[in-house]
Design a protein around this ligand. Sequence first.
Ligand code: FRU
Length: 517
Amino acid sequence: MKRTTLLAYAAAALAIAGCATTQNSSSSTTPQEQHRPQFHFTPPAQWMNDPNGMVYYDGEYHLFYQHNPDSTVWGPMHWGHAVSTDMVHWEHLPIALYPDSLGTIFSGSAVVDANNTSGLGTRDTPPMVAIYTYHNADGERAGRNDFQTQGLAYSLDKGRTWKKYERNPILKNPGIKDFRDPKVSWNEKANQWIMTLAVLDHIEFYGSDNLKDWTKLSEFGKNAGGHGGVWECPDLFPLTINGQQKWVLLVSINPGGPNGGSATQYFIGNFDGRTFTSDNPPQTTLWIDYGTDNYAGVTWANVPASDGRRLFLGWMSNWLYANEVPTSTWRSAMTAPRELSLIQTEAGIRLANVPVKEMQKLRTGTTPLKAQEVNGPLDLSGQYNLSMPLLELDLDLDVARAQEAVLRFSNSKGEHLDVGYSVADKQLYIDRTQSGMVSFKDNFPGVYKAPLTVQDGKLRLHLLLDVASVEVFANGGQSVMTSIFFPNEYYNKVELISKGITGLQESKAYPLQSTRK
Ligand code: FRU
């Protein structure tokens, strides 16, 4: 890195340290940490991918994650671990699961076995049970096709220490290379545990009374949804709309996403305790997030009924370039935690997602934006003296007389990221072609699009901007896009640029604080 860049960076770092009131560490703003997100979860060091074992227990949200503690690139997988009381502030804990003679530890889930069905704890001390994939690299190298199996580990001390089950694996491989990422949940109707497993190009459901012995129940998906790549990291859960219960099946797919590479599709339908049937319109693939950077997301288990929310988090990267992104001491972040719900749209029932309300804790103030007509560029950050780059925007726009409305985040180097809506194309888009460092991988820069139809010109754009990511929730999370970027200097300006007339209605901006200690 050139010295001038370093100096510019240092100045920007000081600016952010000054504006983010709780940020007290200089270590998070060294040049090596230049793109370290300030309020998104990142590993303390080295490589991270999928969220794993997300479970709530006794006041704590647990987040385990795919982790290579020895390198900033993917390698022998462990489960890293962190806990939080609010999904926003995280405490790092020691690595939970290490590779053993059966293999490295790929993705999976965790449950609280409250009735001790597994017999691995007691009723008074119910075990926390993790079910994950063993990936046996020796078997893979030897050309076998049964090198992925499912294993079990349990904890009797709130996830602090773990024991592997002595009779692992609990589910052997029938001879299919891609056989992984078990998501386990208790199913009332079936009165047993259900494992949702990704198997190459489809999902398999297994049932068990004790989390240790599993029987295959059914398959789904060979002829449904997107098939541009391998199916991974599924999740199955109920949600209610208009008093009616529906089942949602999440399936991550890589490659084959709507904007290339990795993405997460979903199906809405019914699960009768054995079999999943989808209501998805034929030939339509539905995506939880159309952006390039939300993958392998699943939901927290065991969230109390008194809370009742379905809480989701994804990995904020893409296998197209995850190993090459320009960060040096760690790689990757998670998305903001999000609440999922079903909504009725003109096209049918869809899955919406918005940031969890706990994210509001990050706000250090509120800046009301007054209603005004915009024709050309309006410097929002200048007009309202917005503190950046940690910023939340909640904008109500009237685009009935506009061709296009664009939010442009930029820095003094002329680097910029555009979040736009094209009225004619009925498309939300993110353009990161000029966003800063883009040449580390030729498939990184691009203009990425999501369908979005607005009624009567009403466009609500809710955005979370961190140092190196933007998450865009349009019209109540009906169309969502997440994108990472790597500017050479923090973005310190945001403009609303209108082609035609955009009515900015009364809206709000919120400066946000860092959660890094
Ligand atoms: C998804 C995935 C999973 C696998 C893990 C390995 O990103 O490929 O299918 O379990 O990552 O790290």
